[in-house]
Design a protein around this ligand. Structure first.
Ligand SMILES: Cc1ncc(COP(=O)(O)O)c(C=O)c1O
Ligand SMILES: Nc1c(O)cccc1C(=O)C[C@H](N)C(=O)O
Length: 408
């Protein structure tokens, strides 16, 4: 690898239409941060927004903040809906089809229960990817246990899903981008195939939302969930989101029917009457402080062309794969991320027999990626704040660490 950043990479950065977005983030010096697919970097506007929420809205306004500005939709009570509208644009949904709050795990429970509630009679299988993220598998197991073990959780390799779209399947639960390999599934085609078989789809967009455009409505997807703290940069433990297609709002059961999903919470009625739209899935009191951070973080996306975001993400990951190629020839590194653009999310992963140690050394050297069992080195690329120069620096760092380890 060259000693200085190659001109063609500098040229890519010079004509990067998203380059100015880097300034919207706090990025610590001396670090190449490649873990925005686990915890997005801090948007610069967030600390001030949090201070305002704490000092003014909470400290001064106290309980009045729940309703202050309600006429303009600026009250705390409507904060989940305001955040939902911002996320909706990123995932191809209408604002009233998105609900924000709770964790992705809890939302997976809610939408899986909803999906089972609208599935055709006699269908008792939840079909999923055998390597799905653990929480998706565990939630499906827990829901089945709650239903007395009446369902079957059928786990098959992601590549074999199509062959398993059979008439006994009630719901298809898939994560679009695999957290280990970065493999991206064709959400449009799989959704269409599932719908043709009468199967209700539930998509986990944890590694999709904010990384590239998603078009849930266009695809005809039924339900979805996703994280607020990864590519949406909402901060540690940020509220998650769920999507419920409008056509299901009438019939889909609300498994956690809390008072904040009631049509009129302060009516204090004895029976649950769901709020209009996906708001019915907001179970309890909105997490105002963390919603405020997420709300502010999402403003960074307001003027972002999502196609430009995708193009840059692919350019970053292409560059990393290219720069790593000579290293993969010298060291025991195996690329596990698909090279085809259509099958790649916004991360690049390699197998390495000492992946855990290599990643620990990389992190000590300021190249922060992730290790995932059993032998995966994972590098996440965030098109809002990474440059091609960062990618080059990261690959140089990997080279230095691997050379040092080979000598040890
Ligand atoms: C695919 C996927 N789903 C869900 C989650 C997380 O869910 P939760 O926010 O409930 O921890 C993650 C990461 O943590 C994930 O990668
Ligand atoms: N959600 C996480 C957490 O609470 C602590 C540490 C890491 C995470 C993650 O995001 C893991 C992540 N979903 C993954 O893709 O591996």
């Amino acid at each position: 690898m060259t000693l200085t950043i190659p001109d063609h990479l500098l040229a890519l950065d010079a004509r990067d239409p998203l380059a100015h977005k880097r300034g919207a983030f706090h990025l610590p010096r001396g670090v190449v941060y490649l873990d925005g697919n686990s915890l997005g970097a801090l948007p610069r506007g967030v600390p001030e927004r949090l201070a305002h929420a704490a000092q003014t809205e909470w400290g001064e306004q106290l309980i009045r903040s729940w309703t202050a500005g309600a006429d303009a939709g600026q009250d705390w009570m409507a904060l989940p809906d305001r955040v939902a509208a911002k996320i909706a644009r990123l995932i191809g949904a209408a604002a009233h089809e998105v609900a924000v709050g709770d964790s992705t795990s809890v939302n997976t429970f809610k939408v899986l229960a909803a999906a089972l509630g609208v599935a055709g009679p006699g269908r008792r299988v939840i079909l999923t990817d055998a390597d799905n993220f653990p929480t998706d598998l565990y939630v499906a197991q827990g829901l089945n246990a709650l239903l007395g073990g009446t369902l079957e959780l059928r786990r098959v390799p992601a590549d074999d899903i199509e062959a398993h779209l059979t008439e006994d399947v009630a719901a298809l639960l898939l994560t679009q981008v695999d957290y280990r390999t970065g493999r991206k599934l064709d959400l449009e085609t799989i959704t269409a195939q599932a719908r043709a078989q009468g199967i209700v789809t539930v998509w986990d967009l944890a590694h999709s939302a904010g990384a590239f455009p998603v078009d849930l409505s266009g695809a005809g997807a039924d339900f979805a969930v996703g994280c607020g703290y990864k590519f949406l940069n909402g901060g540690p433990g940020a509220p998650a989101f769920l999507y419920a297609a409008e056509r299901h709002h009438g019939a889909a059961p609300v498994a956690i029917s809390g008072w904040m999903g009631h049509a009129d919470p302060f009516e204090m009625a004895r029976d649950f009457t769901p709020a209009p739209g996906a708001r019915r899935f907001v179970a309890g009191t909105p997490m105002v402080l963390s919603l405020s951070a997420l709300d502010e973080a999402l403003d960074v996306f307001a003027d972002v062309d999502l196609n430009a975001l995708r193009a840059k993400s692919l350019s970053l990951t292409d560059t990393f794969i290219d720069l790593m190629e000579p290293l993969a020839a010298r060291f025991p590194l195996t690329l596990v991320t698909p090279r085809e653009h259509a099958r790649r999310g916004s991360q690049v992963s390699y197998r390495h027999p000492q992946a855990r140690e290599v990643m620990a050394d990389l992190i000590r050297a300021g190249i922060i990626g992730d290790y995932r069992t059993p032998d995966i080195l994972r590098f996440g690329f965030t098109p809002l704040y990474h440059s091609h120069a960062d990618v080059w620096q990261a690959a140089r760092g990997v080279q230095a660490v691997l050379e040092l380890e080979a000598r040890a």
